[in-house]
Design a protein. Structure first.
Ligand code: NOJ
Ligand code: CA
Length: 560
């Protein structure tokens, strides 16, 4: 058993623009995070991951960094950041920050130099190509739509995997790499405990820049096969680790789409590039393989659990994983994982939230809670596409229209999947704007804040917030911590299509987690010694039959 602090931690993810506004300008800020440290401590989290707060024109809400060494004024100052780090230390909470290394903002001074002067030494910090007449170098489609190539004034073009305001950095250039390492070390020296690495599997491109057969109406082709996890990326990732966080016991969690399970060892094995990675195989189950939000794919709980266990068992073979239900790129989990009328039955909302929480939190890996998930925040209805802020929501709206559906239907598609669902302001209380700000919130507050808010739930012993606290306590309890953190995972009750169940085993301790992700009732033969957690008041057990009756959306954790 290889004990490491980040395996034992519970992480909380903060989207700073929407967490808490300390100065009432309508935008969440760093002082707002400092103010809420007691809240995070009370919940029981050990690590906070903060999404980008760097100076940025906010075309992609901070994932377009204009200065890696500066705090955007909307979030505060470097003094505020130092104050946060210091206060967090007192609360024994570690801080992880987001590293956006695949691209910068087009407003970064490197890019400004590069685009205005083709002989600048910064030109080679980015990927510029000569234009052959009107013809673009490749037919690759960017993640946010359109070609990856944007013309520059001198009749050249530069590459962007994401938005055109996010030019890709040229990792082939050692000078660029050194600049990035220096910056990462600056933050480590400041005292951050580690990093979440954004879009890191995109940093290496197929150096032949081949054109590929098109796969869409736009004449373009998805760039996965030429820009994701390309041969040779390991050389960069090894060097990155060696020259920065590899020198300490930092925690690194990589957003690493495109890594096949057979290759996990290189990424998260004993000597892997990162502590853990996010696996998207089950959180993107509702997306078509080309990433389009329309049409929606059909999936069942059985598909979901197969995907979860495939992921869990593959990761268990080699290393460690990150567990999550939600993040700033995902819709709210209750809306995503429950699609029938029960989803809107208020009487059930506690059960829906708590059954999902139990299902993912006790899997093998480090659990991440996304802000608002702990109170069961929900997708937010917007009345028109103009009300949305997210660049990909606007692009996906257009894609759906191009596919021939009506604007009303396209709006429904966006409602279901928009990244803004997870980005509406945190609902702290039933006061104006959910207690997030006294100003005008930068993005609509979900109108359900009067019912769903932190204040109500802190004061209610039976709330989802209190249930998350119980889950965290259980994960840290003297009796069960080791089995929950370090125990092996094994799927259980496979024959019940709507039930996700598993056991965790370490030496002679075994716990079984059973979660019913449906409104159906099941009788399950099982024997146990103790029930250590459940989301109903009691547990319906028939002693003589040795059978548990699992009610709709019920979750139980049993000790064998
Ligand atoms: C992944 C981030 O999570 C997402 O929010 C962002 O838009 C892209 N990477 C580009 O940085
Ligand atoms: Ca503010």
């Amino acid at each position: 058993m290889n004990r490491i602090w980040w395996k034992e931690a519970v992480v909380y993810q903060i989207y700073p623009k929407s967490f808490y506004d300390s100065n009432n300008d309508g935008i969440g800020d760093i002082k707002g995070i400092t103010k809420k440290l007691p809240y995070l401590k009370d919940l029981g989290v050990d690590v906070v991951w903060i999404c980008p707060f760097y100076k940025s024109p906010m075309k992609d809400n901070g994932y377009d960094v204009a200065d890696y060494y500066a705090i955007d004024p909307m979030f505060g100052t470097m003094d505020d950041m130092d104050e946060l780090l210091e206060n967090a230390r007192e609360y024994n909470i570690k801080i992880l920050i987001d590293l956006v290394l695949n691209h910068s903002s087009s407003e970064h001074k490197w890019f400004q130099e590069a685009i205005s002067d083709s002989s600048s030494s910064y030109r080679d910090y980015y990927i510029f190509k000569n234009l052959d007449g009107e013809k673009l170098p490749t037919n690759w489609r960017s993640i946010f739509g359109g070609s990856v190539w944007e013309r520059s004034e001198d009749n050249n073009c530069y590459m962007h995997v994401f938005d055109k305001s996010q030019p890709d950095l040229n990792w082939e250039n050692p000078k660029l790499r050194e600049e990035l390492y220096e910056m990462i070390n600056y933050w480590l020296d400041k005292g951050v405990a580690g990093f979440r690495l954004d879009a890191i599997t995109f940093i290496k491109k197929d150096q032949n820049y081949p054109c590929l057969p098109t796969d869409g109406e736009d004449g373009l082709v998805g760039l996965g096969s030429v820009c994701l996890n390309q041969k040779g990326i390991g050389v960069f990732l090894k060097e990155l680790k060696e020259k920065t966080y590899g020198r300490m016991e930092a925690m690194t969690v990589a957003e690493a789409p495109g890594v096949p399970y057979e290759q996990l060892d290189e990424y998260i094995g004993d000597d892997g590039h990162f502590s853990m990675i996010f696996d998207f195989s089950y959180s993107d189950l509702d997306l078509s393989p080309d990433g389009n939000w329309y049409p929606q794919t059909d999936w069942s709980v059985k598909d979901l659990k197969e995907a979860i266990f495939h992921s869990q068992l593959s990761i268990q073979d080699v290393g460690w994983g990150a567990l999550y239900l939600e993040n700033h790129d995902q819709p709210r989990s209750i809306d995503k994982y429950f699609r029938d009328e029960d989803c809107n039955n208020k009487e059930l909302s506690f059960y829906l939230g708590s059954v999902l929480a139990t299902m993912y939190f006790l899997l093998r890996g480090t659990p991440f809670i996304y802000q608002g998930e702990e109170i069961g925040m929900r997708n937010c209805p917007f009345s028109s596409i103009d009300e949305y802020n997210d660049v990909s929501s606007k692009d996906q709206f257009e894609r759906a229209i191009c596919a021939g559906i009506t604007p009303e239907e396209a709006l429904k598609v966006v409602y279901r999947r928009s990244r803004d669902n997870g980005r509406t302001p945190m609902q702290w209380s039933d006061c104006e704007n959910g207690g997030f700000t006294h100003g005008k919130p930068w993005l609509k507050v979900n109108p359900n804040y009067r019912e769903i808010n932190v204040k109500n739930q802190i004061n209610d012993e039976n709330s989802l917030y209190q249930y998350y606290k119980k889950l965290i306590k259980l994960r840290k309890s003297i009796s069960y911590k080791d089995v929950i953190v370090y125990g092996a995972i094994e799927p259980a009750l496979k024959e019940y299509d709507n039930i996700v169940a598993y056991s965790r085993k370490l030496n002679d301790i075994e716990i079984t987690v059973i979660t019913n992700l449906s409104s159906k009732q099941y009788n399950i033969p099982i024997e146990y010694k103790e029930n250590v957690l459940s989301n109903y008041m009691d547990i319906d057990y028939n002693q003589s039959k040795k059978e548990i009756t699992l009610r709709p959306y019920e979750a139980v954790v049993l000790v064998k």
